[in-house]
Design a protein around this ligand. Structure first.
Ligand code: NAD
Ligand code: UFG
Length: 339
């Protein structure tokens, strides 16, 4: 059978790079596209170290429509997995227009170019943030959606835009994947998350406490209605998440329509659970201080994973200990990021 070709936008980023590896290992032809705003071309060499092959790469911005047209003119692309975008919640509140331009205008460019090229299969990176503060957990895909910051709004708008695209043309196949909290790194220690500046997210922050670059973890509140009072989230290993994309793209290539799917483990862990799992992984006691709640945070967020299991036949494999071990392995091997 002829290999299917998948264009991965944001292909050198954290989730994108792991997905390129998973796609290549599953027998797909991969074209990575990225403007390298939040990633480094060295990632492509790392992918080669793991898979034996460097994916074809375009250093292109999704805001550059002509650049996108060139990619589609030069290649036959069967489907697109669209990761490219900005993702910092706090920053999106400070510079909303930049977020709307990059995450919405850039995406609309991509969808237009896809339409013109006759490529109508897309897997989109959405987020559990579209559920806002859910009335209950676990969260099912048909729960009401709302957003509390521009970043979340860009995810929800993209979902709506792609639903409208499908309404206008039933030849489209659209997978809206709502990720919970991706953490961890590739087993090889070659790929992982490299936050810009001081991390906002829990595990990258703990990793820097563990390697001595930061003094202690600031735990944002212990007065939530959760077993130990700290916030509970559904952490998912980035390799599991990448594998979820393989199942999703396979499904999308075989079916038309729009599907919204949670990608999580279905299990919730508190901030202190994660800290303790990381202590086991790195073999050290990690200092922390309890501080006031962080604005905009919710108490609990974890996925109902039945739809992913039934529709895609996918479920997460790795547990929290392995996620922390792999994060620590990557941190030790790349103390200054990927260069
Ligand atoms: P990342 O920043 O590591 O990867 C995104 C990549 O997109 C980067 O390499 C960046 O250089 C590139 N990019 C940004 N703007 C671009 C543009 N205009 N043109 C071309 N490339 C551009 O982030 P990630 O964690 O891998 O996230 C990937 C996607 O998943 C994002 O859309 C993000 O919003 C979404 N998501 C992430 C999380 C998370 O916690 N990591 C959770 C839910 C959803
Ligand atoms: N936390 C701390 N200290 C820190 C960082 C985080 O106590 O230094 C706590 C938070 O209060 C929260 C939990 O750890 O209870 C997880 O926080 P993260 O910042 O790691 O993740 P969030 O759940 O807040 O947000 C993430 C992504 C968003 C995405 C959202 C839903 O960053 O982009 O999941 O998918 F929208």
């Amino acid at each position: 059978m002829e290999k299917k070709t998948i264009l991965v936008t944001g292909g050198t980023g954290y989730i994108g790079s792991h997905t390129c590896v998973a796609l290549m290992q599953a027998g797909y032809e991969v074209i990575a596209l990225d403007n390298l705003y939040n990633s480094n071309e060295v990632v492509l060499d790392r992918i080669k170290e793991i898979t034996g092959e460097r994916p074809k790469f375009y250093q292109t911005d999704v805001l550059d429509k002509e650049g996108l047209r060139k990619v589609f003119a030069e290649n036959h692309i069967d489907a697109v997995i669209h990761f490219a975008g900005y993702k910092a919640v706090g920053e999106s509140v400070e510079i909303p227009l930049t977020y709307y331009e990059n995450n919405i205008s850039g995406s609309v460019n991509l969808y237009e170019v896809m339409k013109d090229a006759g490529c109508k299969t897309i897997v989109f990176s959405s987020s559990a943030t579209v559920y806002g503060d859910p009335a209950s957990v676990p969260i099912k895909e048909d729960f009401p959606v709302s957003t509390t910051n521009p970043y979340g709004t860009t995810k929800l708008f993209n979902e709506r835009i792609l639903e409208d695209v499908y309404t206008s043309d039933h030849e489209w196949s659209v997978m809206l994947l709502r990720y919970f909290n991706p953490i961890g790194a590739h087993k090889s220690g070659l790929l992982g998350e490299v936050p810009n500046g001081t991390p906002n997210n829990l595990v990258p922050y703990i990793a820097r406490v563990a390697n001595g670059q930061l003094e202690y973890l600031r735990v944002w509140g212990n007065d939530y209605k959760t077993p130990d009072g700290t916030g509970v989230r559904d952490y998912i290993h980035v390799v599991d998440l990448a594998n979820g994309h393989i199942s999703a793209v396979k499904y999308a290539l075989e079916h038309k329509g729009v599907e919204k799917i949670n990608l999580g483990t279905g299990k919730g862990y508190s901030v202190l659970d994660v800290l303790h799992a990381y202590e086991k992984a790195c073999g050290k006691t990690l200092p922390y201080k309890i501080l006031a709640r962080r604005a905009g945070d919710i108490a609990e967020c974890y996925a109902d994973t039945e739809k992913a299991k039934k529709l895609l036949g996918w479920q997460a494999q790795y547990d929290i200990d392995e996620m922390c071990r792999d994060s620590w392995n990557f941190t030790l091997k790349n103390p200054n990021g990927i260069h």
